[in-house]
Design a protein around this ligand. Structure first.
Ligand SMILES: *Cc1c(COP(=O)(O)O)cnc(C)c1O
Length: 417
């Protein structure tokens, strides 16, 4: 169903057409005139996901991995089919490398709490970048305090580009883990992940990549990147909330103890001893979000139906248009996003608080994010209380950016008086 409806999304000649694509998203029909520029916080959902989840509940739903009856078998097949889809989507070597979790935040906490104590000791170092989301900072701070580690921050330069030379200089044999985002959720900068992995592996460190902003908009191949862990949230990739993925190289997952105990992750339980399942089930204690995971599979079908190259090309071009258009407005200061800025851009208007900008833009039907974007250390570095952030999805086009620019103009006039 997803595949068929998606091919119709292409305009004659096969060109990517956001306006036809927008019709797949009921939210735009129910909210006429909405200019949604907050997909970086959470993407809207296409019919194939919304209806697919309802259809799953109507047709194939039962608990998974437990029942001997046919319905439970079908439900389990749908759930496990989503795992195989996710494996293919990330080009992982084996579907046992795909662990379903609640979101990127949970995936990072899982690695911190399970892999961390098993592989790090006092004095070891974790390197993160200075554009990380709180989800890729706080779990490492907690682990630092628990184990006596050192948290090292690799800088981006004045143009918003990750500074590879500075990063390399911070690596040492004490570095056990590098945890970086693939695309910044504040500046839109794409980090040179493959090179980061090479440099980190050269000193024997493992690499975790936070792919929240990358997975919905560009091809991601974990084997080509060479990373050890890769995480993302379903809800930013047109899928349901409460779903996420931890990819981990199988030998690493195998070396990790369980982090939550319960049903579904055990082979045998005696009152004073338990044998645990192999990965990925070892890390999936309790009843998972079965319908959510099925919906996540449908969301990945949706993305694949359009094609990630096509999405990236469209969003790259639209990002260029938007940054150019908005930065020309007098009194607007852009936050630099480096050479390869994709789908996310932040700015401020001279003399106007970001919250006031957000409120005025909303009065013009333009939904953007304002504030610190869960990246307070980055705000501190930029010397800003917050920013206005716009982020793109497959349904955005140049007309949306023009509406944004007009609303910014109106906002400036309002606050100049
Ligand atoms: C949204 C986001 C997160 C956190 O995702 P949750 O879905 O809230 O778990 C982490 N990193 C980046 C870069 C994000 O954009």
């Amino acid at each position: 169903m997803a595949g068929a409806s998606l091919r119709s999304v292409e305009a004659p000649g096969g060109r990517f057409d956001p306006r036809r694509l927008r019709r797949e998203f009921p939210i735009f029909e129910r909210n006429p005139g909405l200019v949604f520029l907050d997909s970086g916080a959470s993407a809207q959902k296409p019919c194939s996901v919304i209806d697919g989840i309802a259809e799953f509940y109507r047709t194939d739903y039962a608990n998974v991995h437990r029942g001997v009856y046919k319905l439970s078998g079908r439900s389990t097949d749908r759930f496990e089919a989503a795992r195989e889809k996710t494996r293919a989507f990330l080009n992982a070597a084996d579907e046992r490398e795909i662990v379903f979790v609640r979101g990127a935040t949970e995936a990072i906490n899982l690695v911190a709490q399970s892999w961390g104590p098993a592989h790090m000791r006092a004095g070891d170092e974790i390197v993160i970048s200075d554009v990380e989301h709180h989800s890729n900072i706080v779990p490492w701070q907690m682990l630092r305090d628990r184990l006596g580690l050192k948290l090292v921050v690799a800088p981006t330069d004045d143009t918003g580009e990750f500074d590879l030379a500075a990063f390399e200089a911070l690596l040492s044999p004490r570095t056990r883990l590098v945890a970086v985002t693939h695309i910044s959720n504040v500046t839109g900068a794409t980090l040179p992940v493959a090179r980061i992995v090479e440099l980190a592996h050269a000193v024997g460190a493992k690499v975790l990549v936070d792919g929240c902003q990358a997975v919905p908009r560009m091809p991601v191949d974990v084997r080509a990147l060479g990373c050890d862990f890769y995480v993302f949230s379903g809800h930013k990739a047109y899928g349901p909330t409460g779903t996420g993925v931890l990819y981990g190289r199988y030998d690493l997952l195998e070396s990790m103890p369980p982090w939550q105990g319960g049903g579904g992750m055990i082979l045998n339980v005696e009152i004073d001893h338990t044998e645990f399942q192999e990965p990925p089930h070892r890390f999936e204690a309790g009843t998972p979000d079965i319908a959510g995971v099925v919906g996540l599979g449908l969301a990945l079908d949706f993305i694949e139906g359009i094609g990630r190259d096509a999405i990236r090309d469209h969003e790259e071009a639209l990002t260029g248009y938007a940054v150019d258009r908005v930065s020309r407005i007098p009194g607007v200061k852009m936050v630099p996003g480096g050479q390869r800025q994709l789908s996310v851009f932040s700015f401020n208007i001279d003399g106007v608080h970001p919250h006031d900008v957000g409120t005025v833009l909303d009065q013009h039907g333009v939904a953007v994010r304002v504030g610190h974007h869960c990246a307070q250390p980055l705000m501190e570095k930029l010397g800003l209380a917050g920013t206005v952030r716009a982020s793109l999805g497959v349904y955005n086009d140049e007309a949306d950016i023009d509406r944004l620019a007009e609303a910014i103009g109106a906002c400036r006039e309002m606050f100049q008086r």
